[in-house]
Design a protein around this ligand. Structure first.
Ligand code: PXP
Length: 251
């Protein structure tokens, strides 16, 4: 299981004072040292956290594959094709939202824009992922587009306020994940994941990657980035051990 660590909120803290501390690049090195496999950052239209220069420094450093989250706009496409991160994740963006609320809307207009951008990414050697809500119809559209990856938005699951709602959201996530089985599309998940709610998500069929930001950066204030990431990695490792034990019991 690949762990991507989103360092947007290191930049949020830096931007609060307008100086250079804490430096997202130092955070990136700490992420790498803690054993996570991918860096994630979201270059927003309003540049509220990660800035263009951060993106270029992270790419130039090159210690970890970079997953650039961005809206499907001409400006962002131009930046992505210039910086060439290993992976681009297309996310919806509304200026007034606090964080990415919900998955992409795949209507005819956006499908057309994604098709063009997908071709450009292929030429540039960039893999393309779509951040989608757990809707079977959207999974089918992703399959038809032939994108490299789908990241399921786990926000509704994370925010579910009762056990019944949690189970209902998990059911939707499992159903969506099942639509991608044997379709040659990698499956990732992210948004609102924490040490408390991660385990159930790791059971999604075919899941290969989780991307986690806010809970890790929030926890790092008390225990440091290294320890915060190791706590998440322990959950990933324990789940893998359980999976192996279950497989051996089946034999
Ligand atoms: N994955 C995607 C596509 C996201 O947009 C975000 C939030 O920027 C995350 C993962 C991480 O979400 P969180 O910060 O809630 O862990």
């Amino acid at each position: 299981m690949i762990l991507g660590v989103n360092i947007d909120h290191v930049a949020t803290l830096r931007n609060a004072r307008g100086g250079s501390d804490p430096d997202p690049l130092s955070a990136a090195v700490a992420v790498w040292q803690s054993g996570a496999e991918q860096l994630v950052c979201h270059l927003r239209e309003d540049r509220r956290h990660i800035q263009d220069n951060d993106l270029r420094r992270l790419k130039d450093w090159g210690g970890l594959p970079l997953n650039l989250e961005m809206a499907m706009t001409e400006e962002m496409a131009r930046i992505a094709l210039d910086v060439r991160p290993e992976l681009v994740t297309l996310v919806p963006e509304r200026r007034e939202e606090r964080t990415t609320e919900g998955g992409l809307l795949l209507d005819e207009g956006s499908l057309g824009r994604i098709r063009i951008f997908l071709d450009q990414c292929r030429m540039a050697g960039i893999r393309l992922s779509l951040f989608l809500g757990p809707e079977p119809a959207d999974m089918e559209k992703a399959v038809l587009l032939g994108v490299d990856q789908v990241e399921l938005h786990t926000g509704e699951y994370s925010n579910a306020s009762s056990e019944k709602l949690v189970q209902a959201e998990l059911h939707r996530l499992v159903a969506a994940a099942s639509c991608l089985k044997d379709k040659g599309i990698r499956l990732a998940a992210g948004h609102g994941l924490t040490v408390r709610n991660l385990s159930a998500v790791l059971e999604l069929p075919g899941l290969e990657e989780v991307n986690i930001g806010h809970s890790i950066v929030a926890r790092s204030i008390f225990v440091g980035l290294d320890q915060a990431i190791r706590e998440i990695r322990k959950i990933l490792a324990d789940t893998e051990t359980l999976r192996v034990i279950r497989m051996e019991c089946k034999r």
